[in-house]
Design a protein around this ligand. Structure first.
Ligand SMILES: C[S@@+](CC[C@H](N)C(=O)[O-])C[C@H]1O[C@@H](n2cnc3c(N)ncnc32)[C@H](O)[C@@H]1O
Length: 377
């Protein structure tokens, strides 16, 4: 198997493994369909796409005080008909499907103007929708004419290449990020503003620059350090700037020279996080397994130590082979003795049993974490 083949099939491309043929950490100038055609099949871990919205704005928009609203009126957002927009959408989504690794995922963001058309194309092309995320804008632009509801959100589609794909989802990191509650599908962020908003001579560089916080959450949720992320509608390079900070490799495609120049400058100024800061919480499933006996063998708990539950209702003694023995006659693993003494169908012995240290009770799981920290690379 050649190096390229090996890498392309590899699920976890590390910095060292990433194929040399991919134009990594670069902006490719031109049409995204043509540029994607030049990339190898199954070479990208994640795609974030913020395509033209096809806003179909009828004329200029003004605030009640007469000031002009900086809406998206650029040529790159204009399509003659829905049919043209659909053909374009299907063409770029098909190329994206080809270059995505089998276990990769795609994110597409849009508004009511385009996201339903995009969603249909996503499903027609064989992607499998995993979630739709609502980005609730903390500070949306009001509906100045007062003829409709405030348009206060955008929708993101997250999809894998198929129903059976083993895509990356850093569930534990998302829960940690959300104060130990499962992360929901409605996210609130302000629109991009303040110092983050790129301006030239006081004028916004780009009408639809996305907030970095949005990309931060997406990359943290669905990629690993070293993964390759492609953004085919790069604009000001929000995806590249966040990917660089988070230790991911990136590629951007953009047609407009002014945006490319702004993105290059912005990404050059972005500072990558230290490797130790990039380590994230792992779900118990992805943590290496440690048998309780290994802690006894390695002197983390001496045979003869008494373990108790948090309220000291039950106790059990640690034996030389890592089994427990309780005064009520139950013997066996930390889990079995925990469930037997409580009369419960199951018990997680790691969190149920505690040992005494410095006058306080600590779960034996703390010793497992200490052991893992000391022994894992
Ligand atoms: C909605 S904006 C993306 C903004 C970007 N997410 C950001 O945070 O700055 C879409 C971008 O895609 C670019 N674009 C539109 N059609 C394109 C095409 N066919 N190929 C490459 N770029 C294209 C536009 O120039 C525009 O900058």
């Amino acid at each position: 198997m050649g190096v390229m083949e090996k890498v392309v099939r590899g699920r976890r491309a590390t910095l060292a493994e990433t194929p040399a043929v991919l134009p990594l950490d670069q902006i490719l100038r031109g049409d995204c369909i043509a540029q994607m055609k030049a990339l190898p099949a199954k070479s990208v871990d994640m795609i974030f796409a913020d395509p033209p919205y096809n806003l179909q704005l009828g004329g200029e928009l003004f605030r009640p005080d007469g000031s002009h609203v900086d809406a998206v009126t650029d040529e790159w957002d204009k399509f003659d008909t829905f049919a043209h927009y659909d053909a374009f959408t299907r063409a770029w989504l098909a190329e994206a499907h080809r270059i995505l690794k089998d276990d990769g995922t795609i994110w597409v963001i849009g508004s009511y103007h385009n996201i339903f058309r995009v969603g249909a194309a996503v499903q027609d092309l064989g992607y499998w929708i995993l979630n739709d995320i609502v980005w609730r804008k903390a500070n949306p632009m009001p509906n100045f004419r007062g003829t409709r509801f405030t348009n206060a959100h955008e929708t993101l589609i997250w999809a894998s290449k198929g129903e059976k794909a083993k895509y990356t989802f850093n569930y534990r990191s998302m829960k940690t990020l959300n104060d130990e509650l499962q992360m929901r599908s409605d996210w609130e962020f302000p629109i991009c503003g303040g110092g983050e908003r790129l301006k030239k001579d006081g004028v916004k560089v780009h009408p639809t620059q996305k907030p970095e916080a949005l990309l931060y959450r997406i990359l943290l949720a669905c990629t690993k350090p070293g993964d390759v992320v492609l953004d085919p509608f790069f604009g000001t390079g929000t995806t590249g700037a966040v990917a660089k900070r988070l230790g991911r490799r990136w590629m951007g495609i953009e047609r407009e020279g002014d945006y490319i120049a702004a993105a290059e400058e912005r990404i050059a100024a972005a500072l990558p996080l230290d490797e130790s800061a990039l380590a994230t919480m792992q779900s118990p499933k992805s943590q290496p397994k440690v048998a309780f006996g290994v802690l006894v063998e390695n002197g983390y708990l001496a045979p003869g130590t008494m373990l108790v539950d948090t309220k000291r209702r039950w106790q059990a003694m640690v034996r030389a082979d890592g089994s427990l023995s309780s005064p009520c006659g139950a013997n066996g693993s930390i889990h079995k003795v925990g469930s037997t003494v409580q009369g419960a169908p199951a018990c997680n012995g790691w969190t149920f049993w505690h040992y005494e240290a410095e006058g306080a009770l600590k779960p034996i799981d703390a010793l497992r974490q200490t052991y893992l920290l000391a022994t894992q690379p």
